[in-house]
Write a new protein. Sequence first.
Length: 64
Amino acid sequence: MLWIREEFLESRADHGKVVVHGHSVSDRPEVRVNRIGIDTGAYASHHLTCLVLEGATRRFLSTA
């Protein structure tokens, strides 16, 4: 998967579902039409983020 990282992160393709992923650190969650990146680098930033999905509702919980 290492070789497709940038292609995946920049893609606007419809994957059939919204993909929730980590392994691509950012300051805050990245919400796109086809993916939600929740890796906020807790190992270095001490800022852990999770996504709560309740029906059609999405919200984030964070230690920061």
